[in-house]
Design a protein around this ligand. Structure first.
Ligand SMILES: Cc1cc2nc3c(=O)[nH]c(=O)nc-3n(C[C@H](O)[C@H](O)[C@H](O)COP(=O)(O)OP(=O)(O)OC[C@H]3O[C@@H](n4cnc5c(N)ncnc54)[C@H](O)[C@@H]3O)c2cc1C
Length: 389
């Protein structure tokens, strides 16, 4: 059975901003045995479209979902697990943790030093610019959420300062095709967890600077600066009411540009070896990210210039309800490809690079689910220990 504390597609109904569209094109928005069947494969779904997609899949698959049922604890028992819910206890031999990678906003501890007069909002609470007071906004974080929110808030007429740390730059289109077509076709997205050199790091990588718009625009830092958004370095500290930013902006930009170029090189190499009809002899590259001449290194948060801060500093899972010692000191689940360590019969799905680079994306569920169901079925059949294969 599938237990859900809210409704089907709960995170999409209650934890997304109003204007959000998927950054993955429609043709990628598929679930196992349930491909996209609409008339606009290259478009990008709104939140309402995603709710309809997942609800449609729940109905078509006839998944035994029990909604409005919150799991409050999972404990080991002699023959499996005891799952406590607000609607009674369930005993089972195996459990799959599919509670999402981003239940809570990850906000750095320095938030505590923000002056009281400033309103703080996270990317999970943010709905639209009208929710923010008039006046300047500091957006912290320049991954997918940060760049999208900075752009929308700036369009509402508020001055925006965007604090940029490590980020992943991607053009929306490359050689006339969506960059995510290249990720899929070249096999980069399918790279398995046990083939990745630095898996810990791959699992912590921020989301790419991408937005899904009908115009297929690239939302990189050059575009944001051209629109009038001020870019500053990583928020390093808040001291006596002053936000202090790192001076390493030019380095951050150069690193993100270099990584993007390496990825584009990988796409070209794949095209040369595996897509014979594709013309990739001429180089196609993008303008380097231009650093500001003199980025501000500090900003007085008591001066009235900034009235609100939007924390777009990432998300993390919430496992406080899990009474099995499988979470490390940073709150991350210890697992090998979704097979939870030291807890035979417990599995996870939907976490970053769980089994493949695409694991946290909607279309990533299909291959991961197939692999994990194989593990789980083997475990039940053999009654022994399972290991990631
Ligand atoms: C801002 C944002 C934008 C994104 N954009 C894209 C995109 O463009 N394309 C894409 O492919 N992916 C995108 N994603 C990733 C996307 O969230 C996942 O692809 C997909 O929603 C993950 O589904 P999931 O079921 O693993 O997790 P979730 O959607 O988080 O679902 C987990 C479910 O578990 C329930 N739950 C949690 N705890 C309990 C409990 N204790 N008891 C009972 N139920 C519980 C929750 O209510 C929730 O419904 C985005 C994510 C975010 C945060």
């Amino acid at each position: 059975m599938v237990l859900e504390r809210g409704e089907v597609a709960n995170s999409w109904r209650h934890e997304r901003w109003d204007s959000l569209r998927l950054l993955t094109p429609n043709w990628l928005s598929r679930l196992p045995g349930y491909p996209y069947a609409g008339a606009d494969p290259d478009g990008f779904m709104t939140v309402a479209d995603v709710v309809a997609l997942i609800s449609g899949y729940a109905a078509a698959s006839a998944a035994p979902v029990r909604t409005q049922t919150t799991v409050t604890s999972v404990r080991r028992s002699e023959d499996g697990f005891r799952v406590a819910t607000d609607a009674g206890e369930i005993r089972c031999r195996t459990v799959v943790l599919a509670t999402g990678a981003g239940n809570v906003a990850h906000v750095p501890r320095l938030r505590q030093a923000v002056p009281e007069a400033i309103q703080s909002v996270t990317a999970l609470d943010y709905r639209n610019p009208q929710q923010l007071p008039a006046g300047g906004v500091l957006v912290v974080g320049a991954s997918a959420s940060g760049v999208q929110l900075a752009e929308e808030i700036h369009r509402s007429g508020r001055p925006v300062v965007l604090s940029v740390g490590e980020h992943v730059r991607l053009p929306r289109t490359y050689r006339g095709r969506d960059v995510l077509w290249w990720m899929e076709a070249s096999g980069v997205w399918n790279q398995r967890f046990d083939e990745i050199d630095d898996l810990e790091r791959a699992r912590r990588l921020p989301s790419p600077q991408l937005v899904g718009t009908p115009e297929r625009t690239s939302l990189d830092l050059n575009a944001l600066r051209a629109a009038g958004i001020e870019v500053v370095g990583r928020l390093a500290a808040i001291r006596d009411g002053r936000a202090l930013f790192s001076g390493g902006l030019a380095n951050q930009f150069a690193l993100a540009d270099l990584k993007m170029e390496r990825l584009l090189d990988t796409f070209d190499e794949w095209a040369r070896s595996s897509a014979p009809g594709m013309e990739v002899s001429a180089t196609e590259r993008f303008e380097p990210t231009r650093p500001p001449v003199a980025a501000r290194l500090s900003l007085d948060l008591r001066s009235g210039e900034i009235r609100s801060i939007v924390w777009a500093t990432g998300f993390r899972p919430d496992y406080r309800w899990l009474d099995v010692p499988v979470v490390d000191h940073r709150g991350a689940l210890r697992h090998d490809g979704g097979v939870v360590r030291d807890a035979p019969g417990m599995y996870a799905i939907g976490l970053p690079v769980l089994r493949r680079r695409k694991s946290t994306f909607i279309h990533g569920a299909e291959d991961d689910a197939r692999d994990l169901v194989g593990e789980l079925a083997r475990y039940l059949a053999e009654g022994g220990r399972s290991s990631a294969r």
